[in-house]
Design a protein around this ligand. Structure first.
Ligand code: GTP
Ligand code: MG
Length: 194
């Protein structure tokens, strides 16, 4: 999709605040700093629309981005940031559980992992959770510009194996710097929202 019109409709904590148009939604999840906001910016051809920062744990609400009045991207706050208090972590868990469990507009989840490292235990738990809810999954391995091309295949197979992906789960290696993988991510999104 060639995106021109994007609007951050709402930063929601509670289901009562979710948008009501019924547009299909694609959620983006992953640990803090993995590159969720950067992926959104790349997909919508903007430099810094979804706020990126080198300060992890910044995004603390579900941010709904209206894309051309056709769909929503839902930027899910990152997990696994050590400095977040236990109480905030519980709040986070409840918020995303409620969303994934009840949101009928949700068509699929893009789960981001840092392609430079083995997926973490929390990455594995997120995939388990998404499998449990039977949600279509696209795993995006981020920051691929930092890995030599000769190691991309290896990186992808480590991701598949460690996350125990199902054959129907898709993997795309991506870079917000070089835009590698952008078209494949859009293809997956369009397949699941049309
Ligand atoms: P939270 O909102 O805190 O959960 O983080 P996030 O997942 O939204 O990460 P964000 O997009 O803010 O990116 C975190 C940092 O990683 C920023 O400094 C980005 O510039 C950098 N980054 C993101 N994607 C890439 C990439 O593909 N390549 C490189 N080299 N850096 C990236
Ligand atoms: Mg973010």
């Amino acid at each position: 999709m060639d995106v021109h019109n994007v609007e951050l409709t709402i930063s929601a904590v509670d289901p009562a605040q979710y948008p009501a148009e019924g547009y299909p939604e694609i959620a983006l999840s992953g640990r803090s700093n993995v590159g969720k906001s950067s992926l959104i910016n790349t997909l919508i051809n903007r430099k810094n629309y979804a706020r990126t920062s080198s300060q992890p744990g910044k995004t603390q609400t579900l941010n709904f981005y209206n894309i051309e009045d056709e769909l929503y991207f839902v930027d899910v706050p990152g997990y696994g940031y050590a400095k977040v208090s236990k109480k905030d972590r519980e709040k986070w868990g409840k918020m995303i559980e409620k969303y994934f469990e009840t949101r009928s507009e949700l068509r699929g989840v893009i789960s981001l992992v840092d392609a430079r490292h083995e997926p973490t235990e929390l990455d594995c738990q997120m995939i388990e959770f998404l499998h449990y809810y039977n949600l279509p999954i696209l795993v995006v391995g981020t920051k691929i510009d930092k890995i030599a091309r000769g190691k991309w295949n290896k990186s992808e197979s480590i991701i598949r194996k460690k996350l125990k992906l199902y054959p129907e789960d898709e993997v795309v290696l991506f870079s917000a710097v070089t835009k590698t993988g952008k078209d494949q991510v859009w293809e997956w999104i369009e397949k699941h929202t049309n």
